[in-house]
Design a protein around this ligand. Structure first.
Ligand SMILES: [Zn+2]
Length: 119
């Protein structure tokens, strides 16, 4: 089990394994947050507390919830509004530095082509 935590500790996230790769995305929000994303199936991710500790930001087609800690403002994770979808993103910047350092960084062109640039 790998744990991620926001700066103030109000939001903790448990995932089953360290990410082998994390994604650096250049879309309009990721390039601003500076997040490195690790993807998991929502059923494998425990957000603690489950609700109430984050504010949700959505825009455009409003298909994805971007969660940030209500106290320290760290971007913690995104999850699909459609809960039948099997993928969510955890901000691996909130994991221990050595966990993040062991992961390969993949660059994703979320701004334009929706493909990995260095896949
Ligand atoms: Zn916090």
């Amino acid at each position: 089990m790998i744990e991620a935590s926001c700066h103030c500790g109000a939001v903790r996230i448990e995932v089953p394994s360290a990410p082998e790769a994390v994604t650096s995305c250049n879309c309009s929000i990721c390039r601003r947050t500076g997040a490195l994303l690790a993807y998991y199936a929502p059923k494998d991710v425990r957000v603690i507390p489950q609700s109430g500790a984050t504010d949700i930001y959505m825009w455009g087609d409003r298909e994805i919830e971007f969660h940030r800690c209500k106290v320290c403002g760290n971007f913690t994770h995104w999850s699909p509004v459609d809960k039948s979808l099997d993928r969510m993103g955890v901000n691996a910047r909130l994991m221990a530095p050595q966990v993040l350092a062991a992961a390969r960084v993949r660059r994703f062109d979320g701004a334009d082509t929706w493909t990995f640039i260095d896949a």
